[in-house]
Unconditional design. Structure first.
Length: 740
C-alpha cells in the first residue's frame, strides 16, 4: 500500500463526513465546523483506523440535535468513530489542560461547516502551543518517556509496536509538534522518509490481520515480508527496525536539544552573542550548545583516534554526540591502523564504560561510524533474537550488556577485558553454527585488531566461547558434584578469568530480561562461582621485582635534587624519577603531572636502599623536564600549594572501593584502590597517605579503561607493615578523600 491509497481512503472518509454534516445542518454553515484531527487530520488513515472527528461550535450555538444526525449515518456506514462535540472556548481550554488534546488539534483539518471557525481554532491552538511551550514540554516529555518505558523500542523490541513504541509513528508526530514550538528543528527529509515507510508497513499489517492492531507478532513477519516486497522475514524485520531506529535517534537528539533550549537563559539584547560558545575538553574535542563537537580548527585526517575520543567524551559526560561531527569524521577521518594504538583502545573502553553509551552508540551506528572501527558489527545489526525472552535485538542486547558490565567493573581486575568481551559475546549470532563457537574466532580477530596483548586476546576469546557455561552449569548441574566443578575448571584457567566470566554472566542476564537474572538464578550462579574459585589456583600478586638503576651522583650528594629522565614511547612519555627517599615524594610527582592534566597510564615504584625510584607511563609527549623538576622542588620546599586545586571529592560514577588485602606480603600492608579514573585520583591517595605518616614502598598503578586499579604496598615510616588498626585507618582516610 502507498501514500496514494491512504489519500484515497482519506478522500472517501471526507466525502462521507461532508455528506453527513450537510444532511444534518442543511444549508446553514454558520456557527459550527466539522474537523478531522489526529491521524485522520493528517490524511494518514490505515485500512482499519478510526475516524477522529470533532464538531466545534460557537458558544451561543447548541448543535446537540444536529450532532446526533451526523453520527448515525456514519455508524450505519460501518465507520469506526472517535468523536466529540465542543464549543470553541471548550476546545482551547481542553488543549491548554491536556497536552494530548493539543497534539491532536495541531493536525486539525477542515471538513465541513464554517471554515473561518476552523481557522480561528487552529490559529488559537498553535499560538497557545508556542507561547506555552517552555511550560508544557516537560509534561509532554514525561508522557513520552512513560510510553517508551511501557512499550519498548520499535528497533529492538521482540514484538515491536509500530505506533506506540519508541521510534514509532507516535514519536514522529511528537517530533513535528516540537518543531511547531520554534524552539528546535529536526532533519525533515530523514523523518518524513522513515515515517512514510512505517505508515506503509502499518497499512499492510492492518490488511493482513483485518484488525486495527499495530504490534507485529513473530508469526506475521513472513507474510508481511511478502506484502512489502522483501526477500524474507529477516530482511523485512531489519528494514522496519532500521526506520524505527532512525526515528528513535532523531527523537533522542531532539529532546536533548529541547532540554538545552529550556535550560538556556534568554540573553538580553545587550549580551546576545552570534552563536553558542565552544569549550575545549580534549584534543580536537569541545562542547557547544550542550553537544560534543569537533573543535573549529581540527583536521580529521591528522588523528585516527579522534572519532573514538569524541565518542568517549560524549559517553563519559552523558552528552549528545553531534551527528554532523561524526559524519565528517567518517568522511574525512583516517582509519585506525591495525593494530590500534594504545590511546585508541583506551578511548574505546572509556566509550563502553560511560553512562551515555547507549545514546552515543546509536549516533555512531546511524552515521555509519561503527563500521569504520568494528567491521564485524554488520553481522548482528538489527538482528532479532530467536528467543522472545530477549527484550532487544542482538546489537542492542550487546550494548545493553556493556552498560550492565560497566556497573560491575569494581568486581574484576580487568574491566577493559570485561567490557570488550561484553560487546563481542554475541558477535557469532549472525552465523549458522552455534553462536558461542562461531563468535570465538571473530572476537579473537577483533581484539587483536584493537591492540590487546596475545594473552588478553585469548582471554577475551575464551569469555566469548564460554559466556553461557557458568549459567548452564549452575542451572542444570549439581554445584556440589565434583564433576561440575571439574567441567568449569577445565574451561576457566584461573580465578581472575573466573571473576570476569561471573561478571559477564550477570551483565548478559540482566541485559536479557528480568527473568534471566532472578534471585534464584543469581544465587545458583554465584554459589557455583564461589565454589569454583576455591578449586582454582589464584594467580600470584603482582610482582614487586624491579630493575636496579644506576643512581646519579647528584642525587646522592643533594637531598633536594630530583633526577628526571624522559623517554618518548608510542602515544606518550616514560618518566623515570630518582631521588633520595622521603615521605610524600610520589605525591609531589603525581601533583605536578595532575597540574598539567597529564593522564597517568601506569606507575611502578620501588626503593634502592635510601633512594626512591619511580617509573611513570603518561599520555603526553610534550612534557618539560625542567618545569617538572622545579615544581617538585617547590613542593618539597613548601613554596607551591596544590591541594586546593587538585583535591577531587566528586562522586561521579561508581563509588570507590578501598580494601586491605590480607596475607599478600610478609613485610608490607597491601592496599587496593579502585576508583573512577580522573586526573587527581593518584595524587589524592598518595597525598593523604603521606599526611598520616604512611610510606608507599611500592606502587602498582594501572588505568584500565574508566577505572584506576591501584595497589599500594604500605609500611610505617620506620619500616614494617602497618598494624591492623593503622591499616583500617589508612583505608578509611583514602576512601573519604576519594569521596566514598
Amino acid at each position: 500500500m502507498t501514500a496514494a491509497e491512504r489519500s484515497a481512503r482519506t478522500h472517501q472518509a471526507d466525502h462521507l463526513c461532508r455528506q453527513a454534516y450537510e444532511a444534518a445542518f442543511g444549508g446553514d454553515q454558520g456557527g459550527s465546523a466539522f474537523l478531522a484531527v489526529g491521524g485522520y487530520g493528517r490524511g494518514e488513515l490505515a485500512p482499519h483506523s478510526d475516524l477522529d472527528v470533532v464538531l466545534v461550535h460557537l458558544d451561543h450555538v447548541d448543535p446537540t440535535g444536529a450532532a446526533e444526525r451526523i453520527w448515525y449515518p456514519l455508524w450505519d456506514s460501518g465507520t469506526r468513530l472517535d468523536h466529540s462535540v465542543r464549543s470553541l472556548a471548550q476546545m482551547t481550554e481542553a488543549a491548554q489542560a491536556d497536552v494530548r488534546v493539543a497534539l491532536g488539534l495541531l493536525d486539525a483539518r477542515h471538513l465541513a461547516g464554517d471554515p473561518n471557525l476552523t481557522l480561528r481554532l487552529r490559529t488559537q491552538v498553535l499560538a497557545q502551543w508556542r507561547a506555552q511551550a517552555r511550560a508544557r514540554l516537560p509534561e509532554l516529555r514525561r508522557l513520552t518517556e512513560a510510553r517508551h518505558e511501557l512499550v519498548g523500542e520499535l528497533a529492538h523490541a521482540s514484538v515491536p509496536d509500530l505506533k506506540e513504541a519508541y521510534g514509532g509513528l507516535r514519536d514522529a508526530t511528537v517530533l513535528k509538534a516540537l518543531v511547531a514550538t520554534w524552539l528546535v528543528d529536526v532533519p525533515h527529509v530523514e523523518l518524513e522518509r522513515s515515517r512514510r515507510v512505517l505508515l506503509d508497513v502499518r497499512d499492510e499489517l492492518h490488511a493482513l490481520t483485518g484488525r486495527p492492531h499495530d504490534r507485529i507478532a513473530g508469526e506475521l513477519w513472513p507474510d508481511l515480508a511478502q506484502r512489502l516486497g522483501h526477500p524474507d522475514a529477516l530482511a523485512a524485520q531489519r528494514a522496519v527496525r532500521l526506520h524505527g531506529r532512525r526515528i528513535t535517534h532523531l527523537s533522542r537528539l531532539t529532546w536533548r536539544r529541547v532540554d538545552a533550549a529550556l535550560g538556556r537563559t534568554v540573553a538580553s539584547s545587550k549580551r546576545q552573542r552570534p552563536g553558542p560558545s565552544m569549550t575545549p575538553i580534549a584534543p580536537g574535542v569541545a562542547v557547544a550548545g550542550g553537544e560534543v563537537v569537533l573543535e573549529a580548527k581540527v583536521r580529521p585526517g591528522d588523528d585516527p583516534t579522534l572519532l573514538l575520543r569524541l565518542a568517549a567524551v560524549a559517553s563519559e559526560r552523558d552528552l549528545p554526540l553531534n551527528p554532523a561531527a561524526v559524519a565528517r569524521l567518517v568522511q574525512e577521518g583516517t582509519r585506525l591502523p591495525d593494530p590500534w594504538p594504545d590511546e585508541a583502545r583506551d578511548q574505546f573502553v572509556r566509550l563502553l564504560a560511560g553512562p551515555g553509551l547507549i545514546a552515543v552508540w546509536e549516533t555512531l551506528d546511524e552515521t555509519g561510524a561503527v563500521d569504520s572501527f568494528l567491521p564485524d558489527w554488520e553481522r548482528i545489526r538489527l538482528l532479532p533474537h530467536a528467543s522472545q525472552i530477549h527484550r532487544f535485538t542482538v546489537d542492542r542486547h550487546v550494548v545493553e550488556t556493556c552498560a550492565e558490565a560497566a556497573r560491575l567493573i569494581r568486581q574484576v581486575a580487568r574491566p577493559d577485558v570485561l567490557l570488550v568481551a561484553a560487546l563481542l559475546h554475541d558477535i557469532g549470532k549472525g552465523e549458522l553454527t552455534e553462536h558461542c563457537a562461531a563468535g570465538e574466532p571473530i572476537a579473537r580477530r577483533a581484539s587483536t585488531r584493537m591492540g590487546f596483548s596475545a594473552a588478553d586476546v585469548e582471554r577475551i576469546a575464551l569469555l566469548v566461547r564460554h559466556h553461557l557455561l557458568l549459567a548452564d552449569l549452575a542451572t542444570t548441574r549439581d554445584p556440589d558434584d565434583p564433576a561440575t566443578l571439574a567441567a568449569l575448571a577445565e574451561a576457566v584457567p584461573d580465578v581472575e578469568t573466573l571473576s570476569l566470566l561471573a561478571a559477564l554472566t550477570e551483565a548478559d542476564a540482566r541485559a536479557t530480561s528480568p527473568q534471566a537474572w532472578s534471585t534464584w538464578r543469581a544465587s545458583l550462579i554465584r554459589k557455583l562461582a564461589a565454589q569454583a574459585a576455591g578449586h582454582l589456583v589464584a594467580p600470584g600478586m603482582r610482582s614487586t621485582a624491579t630493575v636496579s638503576l644506576q643512581v646519579p651522583a647528584a642525587v646522592r650528594i643533594d637531598p633536594a635534587y630530583v633526577d628526571l629522565d624522559l623517554v618518548a614511547v608510542p602515544g606518550g612519555t616514560r618518566i623515570t624519577v630518582v631521588a633520595q627517599d622521603r615521605l610524600g615524594l610520589m605525591a609531589d610527582v603525581a601533583a605536578c603531572l595532575a597540574l598539567q592534566r597529564t593522564s597517568v597510564r601506569a606507575v611502578r615504584a620501588w626503593s634502592q636502599g635510601d633512594i626512591a625510584v619511580s617509573r611513570w607511563e603518561v599520555a603526553d609527549d610534550h612534557l618539560d623536564a625542567r618545569m617538572l623538576r622545579q615544581r617538585i622542588e617547590a613542593l618539597r620546599a613548601g613554596t607551591l600549594d596544590v591541594r586546593a586545586r587538585l583535591r577531587d571529592n566528586s562522586t561521579v560514577g561508581l563509588p570507590p572501593t578501598v580494601a586491605v588485602t590480607s596475607n599478600a606480603s610478609s613485610d608490607s600492608t597491601v592496599l587496593e584502590v579502585r576508583a573512577q579514573d580522573r586526573p587527581a585520583v593518584l595524587f589524592t591517595v598518595l597525598d593523604v597517605l603521606a599526611q598520616i605518616g604512611v610510606s608507599v614502598r611500592s606502587a602498582h598503578v594501572d588505568t584500565l579503561g574508566p577505572q584506576a586499579v591501584d595497589v599500594f604496598y604500605l609500611q610505617e615510616e620506620s619500616a614494617g607493615a602497618l598494624s591492623e588498626e593503622r591499616a583500617v585507618r589508612a583505608a578509611a582516610v583514602v576512601r573519604r578523600a576519594l569521596g566514598g
